[in-house]
Design a protein around this ligand. Sequence first.
Ligand code: NAD
Length: 313
Amino acid sequence: DQVMIISESDVKSLLTLQDAIHLTEKAYSELNAAQSMIFPAVREEIKEYQGIFGIKSSYLIAKKYIGLKAGGFWLGNAAKGKMNHQSTMMLFDAESGEPLCALSANYLTAVRTGAAGAVAAKSLARKDSKIIGIIGAGTQARTQLEGLLATFPVEQVLIYGKTEGKEELLAKEIIEKGYSAAICPSPQELAGQSDIIVTTTPSYAPVLHTSWVKDGAHINAIGSDTRGKRELVIDRKPDKMVCDLWVQSSIMGEFQHGITREELYAEIGEIVNNNKKGRENEGEITLFDSTGLSVQDLEVASFVYEAFKSKFV
Ligand code: NAD
């Protein structure tokens, strides 16, 4: 039998952000309840081509899927008109090991990461968050914003980036959607005004100090997903520091830079499962670090696979 191939355009036609939000919540919840397993991640540099190649895999116990995502981030791609992020997934039957499908996973990754930001902000940010500050204006910035625009009564988006033209383009897209948008001259200025701040850069040098944010603000730190990457200086300790998974966050995420397990408030699954509280008052500063979990990829990929089968097979 041939392995089914699900193309980028098929994934786009079968997956919505709302589906991804629901599936991401499920992925966080199941992992916290030991209903899924994450296997050790592989992450290697392809120095010659400014690439980072990784493999993340996991097992969804109840749904009987095993799967992996392979690919990563090639910093020089954008200059050649290609996306920096590149990934493909494979899904297998957990009972027999048979391959079920290969899926193009660039859009899938962006949507599931936008969903992760929305899920975390739903329980950690102020419900009346109106001003979103976004640092970085690339692929992930779009879906991060999409997730927050669908979840909060947003009035304005502030943008800070370092590639001239990119920030302007993002601002134009946001204005076309009916929101106000402005480019900030510095991340400090952006942080001082925003209710929710999202960092989505591939930076190895910090771009945001937590001491710059106002009381009651929430930060979604999305960009750091590899050893050495760093977007934050935690010079004012947030009241609640949360991550998707400590074993990843402390190695490849924002908490690899000197944050201890004791300082972590929770993994997001504990909050989704109501074992720990989300935001408790209007003044707390909260921080969520996303490194991206294989169980998110598998929840979404298996949903797309089942939808593809029922539509086309
Ligand atoms: P991209 O190349 O499309 O966009 C990156 C943006 O950041 C660009 O606009 C660039 O100008 C800007 N930027 C770079 N350095 C900056 C700096 N120092 N200050 C301000 N802006 C800066 O990249 P992308 O696909 O959006 O990915 C962004 C990051 O998110 C990468 O590190 C990627 O590995 C990571 N990522 C994380 C997850 C997750 O699950 N947490 C998922 C996918 C990607």
